[in-house]
Design a protein around this ligand. Structure first.
Ligand code: SF4
Length: 75
């Protein structure tokens, strides 16, 4: 069964609110007004610009395998 990226999450404890992810996104998927929600309909599944740009690695992907969401477990 194929695994696909379902959506992205900004980890609230890691995010330093420097908003690096907002200007780097080519599609404006990270909304620039509080509470800085993520519009998954704008995100390109194969892109990872904001994940790589975040200096505190606060953004992570939640993947889907069939009906099941694969949420990363905290370290
Ligand atoms: S992965 Fe790419 S398209 Fe999706 S939110 Fe991040 S920068 Fe924007």
């Amino acid at each position: 069964m194929m695994v696909t990226r379902d959506h992205l999450v900004r980890h609230p404890d890691r995010c330093t609110h420097k908003a690096v992810c907002i200007p780097v996104c080519p599609t404006g998927a990270w909304l620039s007004t509080p509470p800085y929600k993520f519009d998954e309909s704008r995100c390109m599944e194969t892109c990872r610009i904001c994940l790589d740009a975040c200096p505190s690695q606060a953004i992570y992907g939640v993947f889907r395998k069939g009906e099941k969401l694969l949420v990363p477990q905290p370290e």
